[in-house]
Write a new protein. Structure first.
Length: 255
């Protein structure tokens, strides 16, 4: 072998050794997992979701999705769709999960996680009128509701004297309450807390509880995560206090 051929052979051998060492070093390293695709209804408002330039930038959905993704060893990727397209996207596997739902709200063949996120529906009354002490005291009085939503518990308690005053959003109804345009609003406790955090002018009696429950996550049977994985991630964020911490971000400061 002449000198030039020997030099070429040494260079080739050196490259092979480098490649072999790299292969050994990376052997057993897992490929990065795909993102967790989380569905969010574009009709949702703060504190549940805040949007800017067609992106989810704030709110409980964002923080919760990121917390679950982190426990699953993934990044969160948010798919924003109007409510009518959510079921189809979840059934097809275009998204992996949607959270803060209950099974009756989302018809379709989905896998449902354990309930874990506390939700309380309340009726709020401003202090310019006599205080109601039970839901039946609201009979015959207009209660601000959301167009297209059903309130079976109020209907059962108040009966035919349940008078709806439909609006387009809970925040809009609370603004009307603050302005004195109406006196009773049915809303979620989280929404009320957030409103009080950003606007302390609202003068109200202690809210009357309509119902309390724990919302769930719907998992796509065609998605990239299993129900068992999602339940384990939920268990972790409940145990380590992440859920309580997320909620606290949207509550008024304690006085």
């Amino acid at each position: 072998m002449d000198r030039e051929a020997y030099t070429d052979w040494r260079r080739l051998a050196g490259r092979c050794l480098i490649l072999a060492a790299f292969a050994l070093a990376t052997q057993g390293m897992a490929a990065p997992l795909p993102p967790l695709t989380v569905l969010v209804d574009t009709g949702t408002e703060m504190p549940m979701a805040g949007f800017a330039h067609d992106r989810l930038v704030d709110g409980i959905h964002k923080e919760l999705g990121e917390a679950l993704a982190a426990r699953l060893g993934r990044q969160a990727d948010f798919l924003l769709l109007p409510r009518k397209r959510i079921a189809m996207a979840l059934e097809s596997g275009r998204a992996d999960v949607i959270c803060l739902y209950l099974e009756p709200w989302l018809p379709g063949h989905f896998l449902w996680s354990r309930g874990f996120f506390p939700v309380t529906e309340v009726v709020v009354t401003d202090t310019s009128v006599p205080q109601p002490h039970k839901l039946q005291d609201l009979a015959g009085q207009p209660i601000a509701t959301i167009l297209g939503y059903y309130y079976p518990e109020l209907e059962a308690k108040i009966g035919k004297e349940f008078v709806r005053e439909d609006g387009h959003s809970s925040s809009g109804n609370l603004r009307k309450l603050a302005a004195g345009r109406l006196h009773h609003v049915v809303t979620q406790e989280r929404t009320l807390e957030y409103y009080l955090k950003i606007d302390e002018k609202l003068s109200i009696y202690p809210p009357l509880v309509v119902k309390s429950y724990k919302s769930q996550c719907a998992v796509s049977p065609q998605g990239r995560v299993s129900l068992n994985e999602v339940n384990k991630a939920i268990e972790q964020i409940v145990k380590d206090g992440s859920v309580v911490k997320i909620i606290s971000h949207y509550q008024p400061a304690q006085k």
